[in-house]
Write a protein that binds this ligand. Structure first.
Ligand code: G4P
Length: 522
């Protein structure tokens, strides 16, 4: 059997505007996926329009552009999973992070750690996802490199190991000095899209440094020496355990440090890791094909009901045409036209390996959290639904459209875009979302895809918890709180609280009931 190329499956986490899109483009550019480079930037309608030419997308009416981007460099296959970049945190982002083995954290050199970076970092930490840091925009005036490194170290409680050092920033910027190889990367004067020229030096004492850095040569020497002495040296093991972050300075816009980032990912980012599952974690070396759905994306075309389920392969060698079993239902699914996300093109996949993502077109059978297996049942864990932070009642513009509304809400709940609760009393559905933006997306999709005019009105409830416990206790609790009870789309009981005070009060009093802010699909 042929040995698959090494895989690196990762995501980029950042605060909006730090440069994620630019870095993504450049990674694809250096990864040999040149024509994607201009396309990642196209946003909204534009992005959809551009991707329309892609055959499979056209046939299916689904745009999957830039959800997953695969590129290859130096014999390593990189799967870059896109996380939505908006301020609101979404469940989608969290779930995407369940499907990666590592993350690249992009920080703006002038701004340091920002709110969204931190939030996403915490999610990575929860799952022990190792992080490589890219301090971007050194071509502009930025903060002092030491200050930035100390901030990362203090705020995130991580050891930092700088791999390179900027010779000046902004107008003074002379290039990047690689602290390990002593190579100096200097701008070659041709502007954007030029990687610069590499000069091999013998170290900081090399007289070439004077020629390269002019008046700031001594500063580079002093700072780099201080950095080498004052910060941790790279320990790949500590990094993979999530205790240390290697740091690269660079400029995505000017192509500086991007190749070094790819090389660093290839050199020490983890290969596909064992995936948490029941009855036991699935090793990438297990022979049976298994994987889990971490994202479902609906069509952009209202005429089609097709979806694409994104399956992370956890083990085995997947071959096109295979039948996999959906563990939750026992149903066998023939996967005849999986989509492989080579950035050059959407290709029909012939085979995929652990760490790879395949897109499976389906009519709504596959759901977020689904485990698919070739032979023996395993249930992947840790792909949660999150208790919504915003609950809203849905008000229909045209009362004759209630059937369409129900279909639409169910569809979107299955995609994992929203959660849908049916109160035990009353007939109005309650939708739950984790962030405000999701409500806006919901309204516009209801109109565009389902021709349903709807609005949201405040619900008396603010937050919800799944409940579990001894059946008799559970029944008593539900009877006592009928007005605040609902069922989720799988019929699981949900307690809705008016505010956090009430939630606190009830959870403390009801010791026989387990309240849970997340629910994994059984
Ligand atoms: P995001 O996806 O993280 O939100 O960030 P994006 O890449 O869109 O970058 C945000 C802005 O920062 C863009 O400028 C982009 O050109 C700029 N930028 C990204 N990387 C660098 C860098 O290394 N150096 C400098 N100087 N700028 C960088 P914009 O004006 O908002 O957009 P555009 O008009 O350039 O497209």
């Amino acid at each position: 059997m042929s040995v698959p190329a090494p895989r690196r499956t990762f995501a980029i986490i950042s605060h909006p505007d730090a440069g994620k899109t630019t870095l993504t483009e450049k990674l694809l550019l250096f990864g040999g996926a040149i024509h994607m480079a201009g396309e990642v930037r196209a946003r909204g309608q534009n992005r959809r329009a551009r991707s329309d030419w892609m055959k499979i997308e056209q046939a299916r009416g689904i745009s999957v552009t830039s959800s997953v981007m695969t590129f290859e460099r130096g014999g390593t296959v990189f799967n870059l999973l896109d996380t939505p970049g908006h301020e609101d945190f979404s469940e989608d982002t969290y779930r995407t992070l369940t499907a990666v083995d590592s993350a690249v954290m992009v920080i703006d050199a002038a701004r340091g750690i920002e709110a969204q970076t931190r939030k996403l970092f915490e999610v990575c930490r929860l799952r022990d996802v190792p992080i490589l840091t890219f301090i971007n925009k050194v071509d502009r005036e930025g903060r002092d490199p030491f200050e930035l490194l100390d901030e990362i170290s203090d705020m995130l409680a991580l050891d930092v190991a700088p791999l390179n050092w900027p010779a000046g920033m902004g107008g003074e910027f002379k290039g990047l000095y690689d602290l390990r190889s002593h190579k100096f990367l200097k701008p070659d004067g041709t502007g954007t899209n030029a990687a610069g020229a590499t000069v091999q030096t013998t170290g900081l004492d090399d007289p070439q440094i004077d020629a390269l850095c002019g008046p700031i040569a001594q500063r580079l020497r002093d700072q780099a020496e201080l950095a080498l002495g004052g910060y941790a040296t790279l320990d790949a093991d500590l990094y993979r355990r999530g205790a240390l972050t290697p740091v690269l300075f660079g400029s995505a816009l000017k192509d500086f440090g991007v190749e070094a980032l790819i090389d660093a990912l290839a050199e020490f980012a983890p290969a596909p890791r064992p995936q948490p599952a029941l009855p036991e974690a699935v090793e990438p070396t297990d022979t049976q094909v298994s994987g889990f759905v971490f994202k479902v994306q609906a069509n952009m075309n209202p005429q089609h009901r097709d979806r694409i389920a994104f399956l992370r392969i956890a083990s085995g060698k997947f071959r096109r045409g295979m039948k996999l079993r959906q563990v939750a239902t026992g149903k066998a699914i023939a996967i005849n036209s999986p989509i492989f996300f080579f950035a050059q093109d959407r290709e029909i996949a012939d085979e995929a390996f652990p760490g790879d993502i395949i897109g499976i077109p389906n009519h709504g059978v596959l759901r977020v959290g689904d485990s698919l297996v070739e032979k023996d049942d395993v249930t992947f864990t840790g792909i949660p639904n999150f208790a919504p932070e915003i609950l809203r009642r849905v008000r229909l513009g045209d009362p004759t459209k209630s059937k369409q509304l129900r279909t639409a809400l169910t569809d979107m709940a299955e995609e994992g875009v929203t959660q849908l609760f049916k109160p035990l009393l009353g007939s109005q559905w309650v939708v739950g979302v984790v962030g405000q933006l999701q409500l806006e997306v919901l309204i516009s999709r209801l109109e565009a895809e389902y021709r349903v005019a709807a609005s949201f009105e405040p619900s008396p409830y603010e937050t919800a918890r799944w409940i579990a416990g001894d059946p008799a206790e559970l029944k008593r609790f539900i009877d006592d709180n009928r007005g605040a009870m609902a069922e989720d789309r799988d019929g699981a009981p949900v307690f809705m609280a008016r505010d956090s005070w009430e939630l606190n009060y009830v959870t403390q009093r009801e010791t026989a009931i387990r309240f849970s802010a997340t629910r994994e699909r059984a």
